[in-house]
Design a protein around this ligand. Structure first.
Ligand SMILES: O=C1O[C@H](COP(=O)(O)O)[C@@H](O)[C@H](O)[C@H]1O
Length: 263
């Protein structure tokens, strides 16, 4: 696979752009740079900007890179809304929550970002079930959506990808893959701990203007190859995500399969 190689798959109606970086460290820095540019570009034409964060190794490393990016403060953070693509259903402040990790890596370093612009999925000490958390989150999304829409104009939506090809908390073969008509779903029996989670649905993800799948490491290479080759959504959920304007696959060489093993 070559850097900047456009690919087409079974689901997206437009080309997917695959960009390959030498290693996970460079990938995280590059994702941070792209985020700064994307936020600045959007802010030059409209406010507010809505960004959807991911958990996972590269996702959190990218947020840490953004926190130390020299152009970080060129962004008007007071006009940014922060959402999550999925969450582990755990108590508020639990170190395994994607929210906790994102706050530590980035959000705590952005004094300009209003607290009310940060929209975490409700935690397990706030609501009783993943379904209740999902329903509350759907209501919050709708509050910020234009007109009768269910979700805001999501300018960029980040997705990490597991070695099994899951994105957000949409796992291969799981019932959450078939949830329709709502933007969020509760998840039980996740193969990756913790078992209870909350996720955006495929439908909500498909409303985003730009979807960026970020992945690093040779253990991800088979799923990356399968997704880009058009594997069914129930086998490799990552292959079924696309933005309305742009879909980027941001990889390191190991995940792209252009290097045999991680350095
Ligand atoms: O559990 C999760 O895992 C994925 C990917 O994580 P990684 O460590 O393999 O990069 C992540 O995208 C998702 O948000 C998270 O909840």
């Amino acid at each position: 696979m070559n850097a900047d190689q456009p690919t087409s798959g079974h689901h997206p109606t437009h080309a997917r752009l695959v960009v390959v970086h030498p290693d996970a460290g460079v990938l995280a820095e590059a994702v941070a740079s792209r985020l700064v540019t994307r936020l600045l570009d959007v802010q030059s034409v409209r406010q507010p900007v809505h960004v959807v964060l991911t958990g996972g190794t590269v996702g959190i490393a990218s947020l840490a890179a953004l926190a130390r990016h020299p152009a970080r403060d060129a962004v008007d953070w007071s006009g940014v809304h922060v959402w999550w693509g999925d969450e582990r259903f755990l108590p508020d402040g639990d170190p395994d929550r994607n929210e906790t990790q994102a706050r530590e890596a980035l959000l705590a370093h952005l004094p300009q970002l209003p607290a009310e612009n940060v929209h975490p999925m409700p935690a397990s000490d706030v609501v009783a079930t993943p379904e209740e958390s999902a329903a509350d989150y759907a209501a919050t999304l709708a509050e910020h959506a234009p007109g009768d829409a269910e979700v805001p104009e999501l300018d960029v939506l980040l997705l990490g990808m597991g070695p099994d090809g899951h994105v957000a908390s949409l796992f291969p073969g799981h019932p959450g893959l078939d949830v329709a008509g709502v933007p969020t779903a509760g998840v039980h029996g996740s193969p990756k701990p913790p078992p209870e989670r909350v996720t955006l649905t495929f439908e909500a993800i498909a409303r985003a203007r730009q979807v960026w799948v970020v992945a690093a490491g040779s253990e991800k290479a088979p799923a990356v190859a399968a997704a880009l080759a058009g594997a069914p959504a129930h086998e490799i959920p990552a292959g079924a995500v696309a933005g309305t304007e742009r879909t980027l696959w941001l990889l390191d060489a190991a995940a792209a399969g252009t290097r045999d093993a991680d350095r």
